[in-house]
Design a protein around this ligand. Structure first.
Ligand SMILES: [Zn+2]
Length: 260
């Protein structure tokens, strides 16, 4: 794991143009609403960026990493496509996973929390850009991105699904179509926080379905599932299993952060 050397922090100014303030010049906008860090709200040079302090506190995941799990290797063996022993011993249902950063208690947790409970559009724009970069290889081979769906009872309470917001942001940057209707959450699952790995897998059994009308759109397609955080993989495995059962050609996974 290394800190990213390239600039993940700045959202291109042209993309801010979709805000209602699009008619104003950038200088005017910055005067009225000085850009602040997405995480700690300290002043920064441009909108959609992180301050230096938050930026350097994030553990970005970069190559070399396991081609299947996307987990970083300690040393660079100089070969592409290497698989970690863990991926061999305990392979996921999905093909490959990619993540922007390691989930921890610092700025990554704050960004995930903000995405869920407020400021979602500004944060989603930047997270979507970083995710499109981190998942460039799997997106290049995909036909469609599908957000991990939320059960409708929870959706009514929460009003939006952060996975859907992220999938749309990835799509806006990359150009790949997004289809939130290929997968449905049919079981409302209790929180997974205090469960073991095998309890989580059991908890997720039968949680997802492919609606009848969506089946022709799943068959033969290469799908990238999008979520905010990958924890044990139980949720993404369950979602991938259902898509593969309906003959998806392949299912890969793209998240903002993963627990390592
Ligand atoms: Zn900051």
């Amino acid at each position: 794991m290394r800190r990213a050397g390239h600039d993940f922090g700045v959202w291109p100014v042209s993309r801010v143009g979709s805000l209602p303030l699009a008619g104003l010049g950038r200088a005017t906008k910055d005067f009225l609403f000085p850009p602040t860090c997405l995480c700690c709200r300290k002043a920064v040079a441009s909108a959609g960026a992180l301050c230096q302090e938050c930026w350097s506190a994030i553990l970005f995941i970069e190559r070399p990493y396991c081609d299947r799990l996307g987990t970083p290797f300690a040393t660079d063996l100089g070969q592409e496509g290497l698989i970690s022993p863990e991926a061999v011993a305990n392979p996921p249902v999905y093909g490959r996973a990619r993540a922007v950063a390691q989930f921890d208690e610092g700025p990554v947790r704050t960004l995930v929390h903000r995405l869920k409970y407020g400021d979602r559009l500004e944060i989603a724009r930047s997270l979507g850009l970083w995710m499109a970069r981190a998942g460039a290889d799997i997106l290049a081979e995909a036909d469609v991105v599908v957000p991990v769906p939320m059960h409708r009872r929870r959706l009514m309470k929460r009003r939006y699904n952060q996975a859907n917001v992220l999938a749309r942001a990835v799509s806006a940057h990359h150009g790949i179509p997004v289809d939130p209707f290929l997968l449905e959450r049919i079981k409302s699952t209790p929180t997974q926080v205090n469960l073991t790995r095998s309890q989580r897998a059991l908890n997720m059994q039968g949680a997802f379905a492919v609606p009848e009308a969506a089946r022709p759109k799943v068959e033969g397609r290469a799908i990238v599932l999008v979520d905010d955080v990958l924890t044990s993989g139980a949720t993404l495995n369950a979602a991938a299993r259902v898509l593969l059962r309906h003959r998806a050609a392949r299912v890969d996974v793209l998240v903002f952060a993963r627990v390592l």
